[in-house]
Design a binder for this molecule. Structure first.
Ligand code: NAP
Length: 242
């Protein structure tokens, strides 16, 4: 069986991605950090719809937790492998740089960049060894493409993820592993609920925030057979806001 692992699958974009991949017939591993109840809700929806889902708690920024959780899963699933990895877990700690606490710089880099590295490093060799390869989708952001004031930590982390996507795509291509990034603009989730939506909507040519399901459809496409020759791409999904 080929499983999908979605980091930060308990809420927001990750939740929508878990539901989408399950609709595509893929068994899903729902990673979360602390919100077990939300993760259980995602699992229960998938199970109620006849899909297959399990929870996996770990902090992506803690390599020993990542390795221990994935090793335990492999021990229980000797005939299965994780063929789809969506590196979605992320946090925002916005501030202008001259006032930014060091810890807010490090935590955003840790979750986004080191989290990507720890989870992907563990799973990549196993994907590359398999005949059917694998799919890696990294959740970056418009902020990583254009840079956003008040987000030097977040923009730097998301830009790093774009560089890593392009480099890793070339390393893994010959082994049939595609590596792409998705760059959303403003999407309606917990992460954006404290933002002044009415003001920000005016900046978006489509005059609205995106929905998690719209991003999940794009991730689903990148994980599908139809996207087998797409790799190293960064695909924006932002209602025309560049
Ligand atoms: P969200 O609603 O705040 O959800 C964040 C998810 O990440 C939760 O499932 C959370 O788990 C998980 N998470 C956070 N830190 C983690 C860690 N250290 N280890 C494991 N899981 C962790 O955020 P979202 O809006 O869905 O964002 C998802 C991704 O899209 C992020 O990478 C974000 O940067 C990116 N993005 C979002 C937008 C947007 O407008 N929303 C735009 C561009 C990019 P718990 O439930 O356990 O806390």
């Amino acid at each position: 069986m080929k499983y999908a692992l979605v980091t930060g699958g308990s809420r927001g974009l990750g939740r929508a991605v878990c539901l989408k991949l399950s609709q595509m017939g893929i068994p899903v591993i729902i990673n979360y950090q602390s919100n077990k109840e939300a993760a259980e809700q995602v699992r229960d929806i998938i199970l109620a719809n006849g899909g297959d889902a399990v929870l996996m708690q770990f902090n992506v920024a803690d390599q020993s937790q990542v390795n221990a959780a994935l090793q335990a899963w492999e021990g229980e699933h000797p005939d299965d492998y994780i063929a789809y990895l969506v590196n979605n877990a992320g946090i925002r700690k916005d501030n202008v740089m001259f006032m930014m606490p060091d810890s807010d710089w490090h935590s955003v880099m840790d979750v986004t960049v080191n989290g990507f590295f720890y989870v992907t490093k563990y799973l990549l060799p196993k994907m590359m060894m398999r005949k059917h390869g694998g799919r890696i989708v990294n959740m970056t952001s418009l902020s990583g493409l254009k840079g956003m004031p008040g987000q030097t930590n977040y923009s730097a982390a998301k830009a790093a993820l774009i560089g890593a996507t392009k480099a890793l795509a070339q390393e893994a291509a010959a082994r049939n592993v595609t590596v792409n990034a998705v760059a959303p603009g403003f999407i309606e989730t917990d992460m954006t609920k404290d933002l002044p939506q009415d003001e920000l909507k005016k900046l978006v040519p489509m005059k609205r925030f995106g929905k998690p399901e719209e991003v999940a459809d794009l991730v689903g496409f990148l994980c599908s057979d139809q996207a087998s020759y797409i790799t190293g791409e960064v695909i924006s999904i932002n209602g025309g806001l560049y």
